[in-house]
Each structure stands twice: as structure tokens, then as C-alpha cells.
Design a protein around this ligand. Structure first.
Ligand code: GLC
Ligand code: CA
Length: 552
């Protein structure tokens, strides 16, 4: 199905089910809740829903620890609910892409329970077991993404198993062909049910580099893009993906442009596209994301432009400012210090991203300009990554005080994205009639869907318009990309060209007014976040002009 590229013209909306809409008052978002909001998504104009995991899970890592791939978590509903969601979405012309988490399972998955039961269990080799290095030491220095060693000693057999994330998330051994076949069988089962594709969790971590596997006492390594990852993905493609008309997007931290060209090769031998995280690392520092640094615009432009031109003709970009692992887009890349700037900068960011080449992803609530959360203490936090980092950096290593760490959590913690959707201004924002599993942002009084839906000047209405333009102007989807002034520290300007037409995009990333903005000749204003264009670029102003190409 090489020619089916509907996903290039589509807009994806990510749902984090636990925080989207509760339907039964238990404080947890669920599948019936999502069904009840499909008309909202249809109104917004998106084409594809990416559903974060709804599988059976002990929920140690927000459902990314799966104990049965072919069962729905009772927190979210039943398999019938899931089938109804697919049916109701399809009825509205919406597609549904599921999260596929197969680098690891939960430690409660039947496969792991068998694997850990004895050294000669037939599933022993389905996970990665090693003897310790010398006496009582981990096999090597490999670190977990969620702090501490990536090796956990299992008392039953005295061996260690690998977990690149929480110790409750043992890594599958992809070198074992039976593992791969079991995964492919499970994928076909969901696709036969009518699922329209997969977002593949940390898919470039499934093949481990030899240093990671050696019980050598060595330092370990960064476990991405291992030696067989393309072999496995090409096999998966032959065994599963190419038999269906679907979209796939790989989550691939630490990929270069060159590697991305292979993962997302336009000959469809692996995936439709990938998520790269270079932009998401733009404000990290010595201790990774736990710092207060703000990004610099020239760096942001350099990254985005390099991916725009680097993938063109080779692979397809996915465009996103945020997801369930990242802080809120407007708080991080825009300005949430007052409501006027919040609205302007949310629209500006949307313009900047949606006019680029690639498939845009909207993370739930971004279309309302939802912000980070004023967390005050650890009791407000639910995310295992954040709790582990707090324990390591505050309690064990004394690198930060409580207050310093809380400031960092308010800036970078994953729970910023996981507070419930703000549907209205009532208590709990219309998310639940019960007690929400994580607190609703108090600013739901002013930032919510109910007040924005009918307001032509709202962030929501602006997203609607951007999505509509994409359907009308092929240059937005297919145009080539050039950036006239990479050095400008305040304005991000770029041009898209397709056939004889061109799109001129101008985004002011600052709260300053900027003089002497050159307006393209013979071009009309397609969209902007201020009522009337003037000679200057006002704070966080965004404008898109459309006209004849200035090049032959
Ligand atoms: C991915 C997910 C994240 C999860 C991790 C482990 O990065 O997006 O939420 O914690 O993988 O599955
Ligand atoms: Ca519920």
C-alpha cells in the first residue's frame, strides 16, 4: 500500500485517556468518556486520534507497563467499549492509532511471570537475564531512564534482568524470534479489529548494543539505535505493517537526521514517520531536563529548519510541541505570564508548527492553550519519573533543596501534561463528578473548552482555522521549505513553495514590537493572530501570507 499517504494530509490529536473525560465518577478518564467527546474532536477538525495506552496494566508508569496486550484496563472500560470507540470514531471519519509498547512489558505480564520462575523456563530467554559481575554487583553500569541501575536482581534465580525504565518494566529480548512473532501476532489481532495504526513507544531501543548486554562491569551505554533495530522493523513491516493501510509513528529519542531517513524511509520499508526529540532537549542541562534554562530562538530555528530540509524527499516529519511526557507547549515555548500573552503566543506557536512540512500532532488541551500546573509539593505528583528524580536529586544526592526541585518540576515534570482536560469552568473542570486522580489546574475557571468553542477569537477557533487551511492549500502539506533569515533572534520566518504558489510565515517569538517587517508583494494574508496587519510585528504576532511564488 505504498501510495496511500493519507497520513501526510492529516492532523493527529493525542489523547491521554486517564485525563481526558471521566464518564462514571471514579475520577479516572475512560473510553466511554472519549466516545462522548468525539463530536468535539470532529468539530476541531482533526483526522486521527492517537490513544495513549488503554491496555491492562498495574499503572506504575501511566499504563506504559502492560500486563496484557489483548485486554483493556478496567480503569478505562471493556473490550466492548474499545470496539464501540473504533466504530463511533470511524462513523465520524476519524481514525484511531493505538500506542504499542513492546520494548518492555509489565513485570506482571504472564510472559515475565513465567520467565522469572526458573532458569530453564521456556520463556526465560524472552527477557534479558544476566549473572552479576563478580560478587553482588550489577552486570554493568547501564542506567535506567527513571534513575538508578537498569539491572534488578531477582532473588528467585539470583540473576539480574534489564529494565531501561522502571524495575516494574522488564525489557523484552527482541533477539528471540518467538518474542518477535508473539508481538506481530498481537499487532495483527488489533489491526484486524480495525485499529488504524500504531505509535510505537521507544521503538529504537528494542535492539540493545553489545556493551549494554555484556556482564562486564563496564559503563553501559545509551541504549538507542542498536545493531538490529532496522532488521527488526523491516521484518515487522513484512510480517504486519505492509499488509494493512495504516499509519505508524516511531518514538525514537536520540536519532539523527540520517537515521530518521531510514526509520521513516519513503519507500515504506519501515515506519510512516518518527518522533525525534532534538527540540525537546533544547532546554536541558547537566542534569537533563531538571533545570530552569529557557531555550534560545536561534537554536530552536536551527533544529526545526534542519529537520525540515533534512528529511525532504527522504522521509516525513512529525510536528509537535508537546506530548504526555513534556510540559505544556505555551508555558515552555510561549508566554503564560498573563492571559493576553498566553492566548497570543499559543496561537503563534500553533501557526509556526502547523505551517511546516509534516504531520502535526496536537496534545490534548493544547488547542485551548492549557498551561503548566502550580504543583506545590510531592503529594501533588503522580509520575514515577518525577518521584524517582526527586528522591535521587533531593533526598539521596542533596543536589537541590525541596523548593529548588519543585520549581524544576513545575517547569519540566511530566504531570504538567497529565492534569485533566479543562472542559468547563466548574470545579474539576467538567472532567469528573468524583475526585480526580490528579488535581485539575485551578485556571480551568478561565481556560476551558466551553468558553472557547463559540468564541471566534479563542485559541480553539484558531486551531480549527489552521486545520481547515491545511485541507484547502496543498502548499501547506507538500511545499518545500526555506528559511530566509536564520540569524534573527526574535522572528522565525520561513517560506513554503509548491507549484507556482508560496506561503510566507512570520512569527514573533518575543513580547516586543518589531519594526520594519517586510511584507511579501502580491500576497494575501491567510491567517494571523491580530485583527488587522500593521507596519510592525506586535508581541507574539504570527502572520501567514499566500501568493505567487517569488521564484520562477
Ligand atoms: C515513552 C513514553 C513514556 C514512558 C516510556 C516508557 O517514552 O512516552 O510515557 O514512560 O516510554 O514506556
Ligand atoms: Ca472513569
Amino acid at each position: 500500500m505504498d501510495l496511500c499517504n493519507w497520513w501526510k494530509e492529516a492532523v493527529v490529536y493525542q489523547i491521554y485517556p486517564r485525563s481526558f473525560q471521566d464518564s462514571n465518577g471514579d475520577g479516572i478518564g475512560d473510553i466511554q468518556g472519549i466516545i462522548s467527546r468525539l463530536d468535539y474532536l470532529k468539530d476541531l477538525g482533526i483526522d486521527i486520534i492517537w490513544l495513549s495506552p488503554v491496555y491492562q496494566s498495574p499503572n506504575i508508569d501511566g499504563g506504559y507497563d502492560i500486563s496484557d496486550y489483548q485486554a483493556v484496563s478496567s480503569d478505562f472500560g471493556t473490550m466492548e467499549d474499545m470496539e464501540r470507540l473504533l466504530q463511533q470514531a470511524h462513523l465520524r471519519g476519524l481514525r484511531v492509532v493505538m500506542d504499542l509498547v513492546v520494548n518492555h512489558t509489565s513485570d506482571q505480564h504472564a510472559w515475565f511471570l513465567e520467565s522469572r520462575s526458573s532458569k530453564d523456563n521456556p520463556k526465560r530467554d524472552w527477557y534479558i537475564w544476566r549473572d552479576g559481575f563478580q560478587d553482588g554487583e550489577e552486570p554493568n553500569g547501564l542506567r535506567s531512564v527513571f534513575s538508578g541501575s537498569a539491572w534488578e536482581k531477582d532473588e528467585q534465580t539470583g540473576q539480574y534482568y534489564m529494565h531501561l525504565f522502571a524495575r516494574e518494566q522488564p525489557d523484552l529480548n527482541w533477539e528471540n524470534a518467538e518474542v518477535r512473532e508473539a508481538v506481530y501476532r498481537m499487532m495483527r489481532w488489533w489491526l484486524d479489529k480495525g485499529v488504524d495504526g500504531f505509535r510505537m513507544d521507544v521503538i529504537n531501543m528494542i535492539s540493545k548494543p553489545p556493551e549494554a548486554l555484556a556482564a562486564s562491569g563496564g559503563a553501559g551505554c545509551e541504549c538507542v539505535n542498536g545493531p538490529y533495530v532496522h532488521t527488526y522493523l523491516q521484518e515487522m513491516n513484512r510480517e504486519v505493517l505492509k499488509r494493512y493501510d495504516i499509519m505508524t509513528v516511531g518514538e525514537t529519542p536520540g536519532v539523527t537526521v540520517e537515521q530518521a531517513r531510514q526509520y521513516g524511509a519513503s519507500d515504506s520499508s519501515e515506519l510512516s514517520m518518527i518522533f525525534q526529540f532534538e527540540l525537546m532537549d533544547i532546554d536541558s542541562g547537566a542534569l537533563g531536563k531538571w533545570n530552569l534554562r529557557r531555550y534560545a530562538l536561534p537554536e530552536l530555528k536551527r533544529i526545526l529548519s534542519r529537520w525540515q530540509t533534512g528529511l525532504e524527499g527522504f522521509a516525513w516529519n512529525s510536528l509537535f510541541w508537546s506530548n504526555h511526557d513534556q510540559p505544556r507547549a505555551v508555558s515552555r515555548f510561549g508566554d503564560d505570564s498573563n492571559d493576553e500573552n498566553r492566548v497570543l503566543s499559543a496561537k503563534m506557536l500553533a501557526t509556526c508548527l502547523h505551517m511546516m512540512q509534516g504531520t502535526p500532532y496536537i496534545y490534548q488541551g493544547e488547542e485551548l492553550g492549557m498551561t503548566n500546573m502550580p504543583f506545590s509539593g510531592l503529594e501533588d505528583i503522580r509520575d514515577i519519573e518525577t518521584v524517582n528524580a526527586y528522591n535521587e536529586l533531593v533526598r539521596q544526592k542533596h543536589i537541590y533543596t525541596h523548593d529548588e526541585m519543585m520549581a524544576r518540576i513545575r517547569k519540566s515534570g511530566r504531570d504538567n501534561a497529565r492534569t485533566p482536560m479543562q472542559w468547563n469552568g466548574a470545579q474539576n473542570g467538567g472532567f469528573t463528578n468524583g475526585t480526580p486522580w490528579i488535581a485539575v489546574n485551578p485556571n480551568t475557571k478561565t481556560i476551558n473548552a466551553a468558553s472557547q468553542a463559540g468564541d471566534p477569537d479563542s485559541v480553539f477557533s484558531y486551531y480549527k482555522k489552521l486545520i481547515r487551511l491545511r485541507k484547502q492549500y496543498p502548499v501547506i502539506v507538500y511545499g518545500s521549505y526555506t528559511e530566509p533569515d536564520p540569524g534573527d533572534e526574535r522572528v522565525f520566518a520561513y517560506t513554503r513553495r509548491w507549484g507556482g504558489s508560496a506561503l510566507y510565515v512570520r512569527c514573533n517569538f518575543t513580547a516586543e514590537t518589531i519594526d520594519n517587517i517586510e511584507v511579501p508583494r502580491n500576497a494575501e494574508l491567510l491567517i494571523g493572530n491580530y485583527p488587522e496587519p500593521v507596519e510592525t510585528m506586535r508581541p507574539y504576532e504570527a502572520r501567514v501570507y499566500y501568493g505567487e511564488s517569488d521564484e520562477g
